[in-house]
Design a protein around this ligand. Structure first.
Ligand SMILES: [Zn+2]
Ligand SMILES: [Zn+2]
Length: 246
């Protein structure tokens, strides 16, 4: 896989003190995507077709709602909604047929070729799960995870900075592990996984300890003891586990 390399955002993110540099990049891509879908993409026919078909997940609808361009969002949501209603009509007909009288109970629930109610529900759910923005962010992030791996191998000063980082959130850690063997091999791969696991494990334990101290601060005996790094331990723990969400 040949991907475009842009090292500047990775250098910038790794120079900041944070729980996951990839989440910083992710946030920027997401913010730019919100702007894009509420702005330029309205003009782009191929993008419009994709939005009409897939729409957005709840998180990304919410981000666009909060961004404030109600008319842009309304226009996009309206065409997506018309498309959804048309597709639902067909699925509803199938649901009605599947529920038809005189059919064996088993077939009514999981009928095979003609589609039982569960298949219809699964198809509706897959419509709910589709999101053009998730797809766009995921594709961009794949490029940046690759960039981290590339820099670890090819940029002399990067491994030291990487080792000093606080690891990643679990979501991006998993992506790094998944993509590492596609781009690194031999000693470089072994090295990368060993360093990554080391910083990940050290920092997960640190955050867990900070979270524990947060809970213990509520004990009156610890009232006067210093908070240390624990004041924001709840949000950092959640973000460490699920990527930047709070
Ligand atoms: Zn992350
Ligand atoms: Zn999404």
């Amino acid at each position: 896989m040949k991907l475009h390399i842009d090292t500047a955002p990775v250098w910038e993110a790794y120079r900041q003190d944070c729980e996951c540099p990839l989440c910083l990049i992710n946030d920027k891509i997401e913010a730019a995507s919100v702007e894009y879908f509420l702005g330029e993409s309205v003009m782009e026919p191929s993008q419009r077709i994709e939005v009409n078909e897939k729409g957005f997940c709840g998180r990304h609808f919410k981000l666009m709602f909060d961004a404030g361009n109600r008319l842009g969002l309304a226009l996009m949501t309206h065409t997506y909604m018309k498309n959804t209603v048309a597709r639902l009509e067909a699925l509803m007909k199938r649901a009605q047929d599947a529920a038809g009288e005189g059919r064996p109970v088993f077939k009514r629930i999981v009928g095979k070729k003609d589609g039982g109610l569960q298949q219809v529900a699964d198809e509706i759910r897959s419509m709910e799960d589709a999101c053009v923005m998730c797809q766009r962010v995921r594709e961009n992030m794949e490029r940046y995870v690759y960039t981290v791996l590339y820099m670890y191998k090819n940029e002399a000063d990067f491994p030291a900075l990487f080792e000093k980082s606080k690891g990643m959130c679990l979501k991006h850690y998993t992506e790094a592990v998944r993509m590492a063997p596609e781009h690194l091999s031999g000693q470089a791969l072994k090295n990368f996984i060993s360093v990554l696991n080391n910083i990940e494990s050290t920092n997960l334990k640190r955050v867990a300890d900070e979270l524990e101290w947060f809970t213990r601060k509520f004990d009156y005996r610890n009232e006067d003891k210093p908070w240390g790094n624990s004041r924001d331990a709840v949000e950092r723990s959640i973000n460490k586990l699920r990527g930047h969400v709070v």
